[in-house]
Structure formats: C-alpha cells, structure tokens
Design a protein around this ligand. Structure first.
Ligand code: SIN
Length: 312
C-alpha cells in the first residue's frame, strides 16, 4: 500500500500489472490538487483505479469527472436515452440496452459489447477515460475485467513490437456484428451514422509516453497495411496476448463502487455471465474528451466517418 503525501489517499495494487484500490477520499466533494495528482499518478501506473462506498448521484459523478477533463455526451449513438437533464450519463443495464436496441439484444449478449474493448475506438478521438459507478448489482456475478495494454505490448518479442509499430488498423462501430443483427435497432444507428477511423496499431500514450497495443476485438476490423489473411493472423496474435490472464484484473462490484480507467492504456471486458445471474445490474458511466491517437513513428489517426467527440 502506498500513501500519497499531503492527502489521506492510500493506493493498494490489486494485481501484478493492472488495477489499484484507492481509499481515503470522498469523491462527492471537490478534490484537492494533491488528491487529483495522486489519482492521476495511480492511473498512470495501474491503468484503472477503484473506489468503494461512494455516494455519487449523476450531478456529483459529472462534477468528479470534470476535475480530470471535459465530459462528453454519454454515447455518440445514445443521446436520446440519457436520463433527463444529464446528457453526459450512459446507463449500463440489460433493461437500458433492451430499451435502446430492442429486447433481442439482451438475449444475444451482455450490455456494452461482447469482447475486450476501449470505449468507442471508432471515433477519431476516442474518450480518454471512463468513470463507471454502480447503483444496483447482483449478489454474485456481473464482474468487469480490465487489462493493461502497455504490459501487453511489453510482453511481445522485440521483433514483433518493431513490426507492429509501423501498422495501422481500421476501427468500425459494428465491425463484429453478425448478419442476423442487422435488423435490430443498433443496425439502424450504425447505418445512419457510421463511425469509423484508422488508428495506429501501437499508440504512444500522451502522458506517460508508454507504447500500448491499440487494437481490440470489439471494434478493430482489419490491419489496413496487410492482406486480409495476414491481418487476421496478426490480430489473432494480438487478441490472444490481450486475453492472457496475467495482464488483467477482475473487479467485483458493490453498490457505490466506482471504476475509473484510462482508455488509452486499458481495455475492459463487460461480464458474460448474465444468463446465470439473478438480479438487476445498473451502472452509470461518463467519459472524458479524448485526443487523436499518435503512433510511435508519428503515424496519426485518420477519420473515415463520424465527428470529433467533444464536450457535452
Ligand atoms: C462498459 O463497457 O463501459 C461497461 C462495462 C460493464 O458493464 O461492466
């Protein structure tokens, strides 16, 4: 456990590479500069930090986030389903997803995507951070996992790192939808406003300058500098590396828990065990305005379709 000087913050790592629990802070009150700096430093090292027993409502959740950056609308596709007066809030629950996408959605997959992902990487400037708070949680199950993609990059052989440093990949919302989902409401959103960008496969983190693997199985369609077959093999190698358990941490939610992660250094995996879980699971998320990714050789992201995702 590490104490952050001038504050009551205690930072307790939860695994070798990823995730730390922070205690000694009330997120519903304005933070001191030392507390903001302590949380930022913990994020730089652990990529996701967790807090317990917090008493945030929507307004306090947003106020907490603004101390770290500008808050975006809740989701580029889902503004009409935010709670009244809080367009920044994106509610994550099976019922909210049924409402947005139709009841078939719940049966097919857990909320918010079936695979490891960072939030909305098809945008030209994907959100830098996400802050998710739990309102209602089931008595067991429904955990979220996080993986440190700087560690994932460092775990690759030097020759592989050098090879992928030069590559770019297309990220597209709906990249992994199967044909039978094209009739659902989500298909309508995606067809009327496609979101797609080309990002470097390796991103240089703008604050820590670490290199991170910046592809994910939810949104990355293909590596554009390779043939489709070569792209599939390289992506499979990277996705397998991302899924290695040693790089990840698993978080068990309680009402009042908060997870704050850096989408430029961590991927997350929403739970897959809903069909075996009794009880509701309602969480609320905000995201912070992100920058445009840059790769190690100065490769810049390119917009294919969609708009810059600015403050709400
Ligand atoms: C998310 O993908 O932002 C939500 C993750 C979760 O439901 O645990």
């Amino acid at each position: 456990m590490t104490a952050v000087t001038e504050t009551r913050l205690q930072v307790t790592p939860l695994s070798g590479y990823t995730g730390a629990l922070i205690t000694g802070v009330d997120l519903s009150s304005p933070l001191s500069p030392a507390e903001v700096a302590g949380i930022r430093d913990a994020l730089h090292q652990w990529k996701v930090v967790f807090f317990r027993d917090q008493t945030l409502d929507h307004a306090a959740h947003i106020a907490f986030g603004t101390q770290f950056g500008d808050v975006t609308p809740g989701h580029p596709y889902e503004g009409d389903s935010a709670p009244p007066e809080f367009p920044q809030i994106h509610t994550v629950s099976p019922a909210a997803y049924d409402h947005r996408y139709g009841t078939k959605y719940r049966k097919k997959q857990s909320p918010n995507g079936p695979q490891w992902h960072a939030d909305v990487t098809p945008l030209i400037n994907p959100p830098s951070h996400s802050i998710l708070r739990a309102e209602t949680v089931p008595p067991y199950g429904g955990d979220t996992q996080f993986v440190n993609v700087a560690a994932v990059y460092q775990g690759l052989a030097p020759a592989v790192r050098e090879f992928i440093d030069e590559l770019r990949a297309e990220h597209r919302f709906g990249a992994t939808f199967s044909a039978d989902r094209s009739s659902e409401k989500i298909g309508d959103h995606v067809r009327s406003n496609p979101l797609a960008s080309i990002h470097p496969v390796v991103r240089v983190h703008p604050e820590t300058e670490e290199r991170v693997v910046y592809v994910n199985p939810s949104f990355t369609r293909e590596i554009v500098d390779l043939s489709p077959r070569e792209s599939r093999h390289v992506l499979d190698l990277l996705f397998e590396q991302i899924a290695r358990p040693e790089y990840s941490v698993r978080f068990k939610w309680e009402p009042g828990s908060v997870a704050f992660w850096d989408n430029r250094a961590a991927l997350h995996l929403a739970p897959r065990d809903f069909e075996h879980v009794e009880g509701d699971r309602v969480l609320h998320r905000i995201t912070l305005v992100g920058d445009i990714p840059v790769g190690p050789k100065g490769i810049l992201s390119q917009l294919i379709s969609g708009d810059f995702f600015g403050a709400a």
